[in-house]
Design a protein around this ligand. Structure first.
Ligand code: AQP
Length: 343
């Protein structure tokens, strides 16, 4: 029996939500809600893999929930919640820690990038992060995961963990009367024209929350003037825009801005070049600034409105957490029986 389609994804409450998070993830969340049941999680347990100020963590957790709602996720039809409310994430992560292999985790490039040279001093949590991510998805037996391109490797690991669990416990899964593939192999949905938005200052670097330069990213909280200014100041090269995609090769900054335009407008990059190819960047940037302001400024305004009432956001997260828990406890009970843990 195939698994019921269910979408799950998460965003870390680590501050400075940006255009990359929007185009790679949050915009997709909104698009999927008409065709799927969706669960969108503020992954606060992932955030604490690096040090966080407790008061700031509470604020940014509410901010990410506000961003989901402001972008258009309907919290009454779907589930918005914060990860730490549902203990099943951490419980399943421990069991998956015992399924995943060290060699698999040693290959994770994000750990290498984030731990940097000071690897010995990184938290164990940062190293085990992808295992918790597998648990986040599989505790709901979710089938589809909309993410940016940078999460592809972690999704592959989640699939490997699901597959190994299904194989290792195959006999017990059958004896307990479950479907043969107890866990689905979750499919990454890496879609759209901008699955990897790059820094506005350096076309080879991913747009990121932790970049010290605020001009490197458009924050989801930026007002209209700031958005327009950052687009106008975005790094470009002296040549005109090409009319064909091949002309963007070796021009990362130009490629990035064309991808952002396509992502925000819902058009293909070819169509964008069809309209602006041959023209100077100044004209293209003016159109991009208008587009970015028209799409993002209303989200920033709505986020501000929602954040003025933290009690409402907390009520949404509590309600979402209760509905998520109801699904997770069933999976955890079944997993305990399969593994042989008395309950
Ligand atoms: N630049 C990006 N382009 C497209 N998608 C992106 N995502 C992140 N950056 C880009 C996607 O946003 C979702 C949430 O990401 P996250 O907050 O959980 O973690 P992250 O990838 O670590 O975010 P940052 O901005 O890169 O943070 P730092 O600076 O801490 O490294 C994910 O689906 C992600 O793919």
């Amino acid at each position: 029996m195939p698994h019921r389609p269910l979408v799950f994804s998460g965003v870390q409450p680590t501050g400075n939500l940006h255009l990359g998070n929007y185009l790679g993830a949050i915009q997709r969340f909104v698009a999927l809600q008409d065709s799927h049941d969706c669960m969108y999680c503020v992954v606060d347990l992932h955030a604490i893999t690096v040090p966080q100020d407790p008061a700031e963590l509470r604020r940014t957790t509410r901010e990410v929930a506000a961003a989901f709602m402001a972008a258009g996720v309907d919290a009454t039809k779907h589930i918005i919640f914060n990860q730490s409310r549902v203990s099943g994430h951490a419980e399943l992560a421990w069991i998956f820690n015992c399924v995943a292999r060290l060699g698999w985790l040693n290959r994770m490039t994000q750990f290498k990038e984030k731990a940097g040279k000071d690897r010995e001093n990184a938290s164990v949590g940062l190293y085990a992060y992808p295992v918790l991510m597998a648990a986040d998805i599989l505790v709901y037996r979710a089938t589809h995961v909309p993410v940016g391109d940078d999460q592809k490797q972690h999704l592959e690991l989640a699939r490997d963990i699901a597959q190994k669990f299904n194989l290792d416990f195959g006999a017990s899964i059958a004896a307990q009367g479950h479907v043969e593939h107890f866990f689905p192999l979750p499919e990454p949905l890496i879609q759209g024209a901008a699955t990897r938005v790059m820094s506005l200052r350096e076309g080879a670097k991913k747009m990121s929350k932790s970049d010290p330069s605020d001009n490197s990213r458009i924050n989801l909280t930026d007002d209209a003037d700031t958005i327009a200014l950052k687009v106008r100041r975005a790094k470009t090269d002296p040549d005109a825009l090409p009319s064909e995609l091949e002309g963007l090769e070796g021009r990362p900054e130009a490629a990035n801005l064309v991808g952002i335009f396509a992502g925000l407008s819902g058009r293909s990059r070819e169509a964008v070049l069809g309209e602006f190819g041959g023209g100077q960047f100044s004209g293209f940037k003016a159109a991009l600034a208008d587009l970015a302001v028209s799409k993002l400024a209303p989200i920033a305004g709505e986020m501000k409105r929602l954040q003025a009432d933290p009690g409402h956001i907390d009520a949404v997260l509590k309600d979402g957490g209760e509905r998520a828990s109801a699904i997770a406890v069933e999976t955890i009970a079944a997993v305990k029986d399969i593994v042989g843990l008395l309950r």
